[in-house]
Design a protein around this ligand. Structure first.
Ligand SMILES: [Cu+2]
Length: 130
């Protein structure tokens, strides 16, 4: 009985693992929010990447009245000045969507800025573009 359950769990984990592998995902707690960020390319690519942000408040409800911006940058490196980009997101249902154009391969610093009632909460993560 236990063994069967263990095998079943392992299979479910494998399926979940495969399902998760398709998007680049970042889940973070930021202030009072649970933020889930997905990039449709995994790994992110040089060129256009679609980024989706989902925000839930402390009670688990989707937040749809925030202003969400995505900033992405790469520090200066030999032969390349620092690059800084900023884009607004558009709310579709409960997902904030934007397009990120990564101009070169390497490590990008991404900051998702959530502004609501005059207060800004930032979620930072790295995206390694290939
Ligand atoms: Cu660079």
């Amino acid at each position: 009985m236990m063994k069967k359950f263990a095998v079943f769990s392992l299979i479910m984990l494998l399926i979940a693992g495969i399902a998760y592998a398709k998007d680049y995902e970042v889940k973070k707690k930021a202030g009072e929010y649970d933020v889930e960020i997905k990039i449709d390319k995994n790994p992110p690519v040089v060129g256009d990447n679609n980024i989706t942000v989902e925000i839930k408040d402390a009670s688990g409800k989707y937040v749809t009245d925030a202003k969400v911006k995505v900033e992405y940058s790469m520090p200066a490196m030999p032969g390349m000045p620092a690059s800084n980009y900023k884009t607004d997101t558009e709310l579709k249902g409960y997902e904030y969507k934007a397009k990120m154009n990564l101009s070169m391969s390497g490590a990008w610093n991404v900051a998702v800025k959530i502004t609501r009632s005059g207060k800004t909460t930032t979620v930072k993560f790295n995206a390694d573009a290939h």
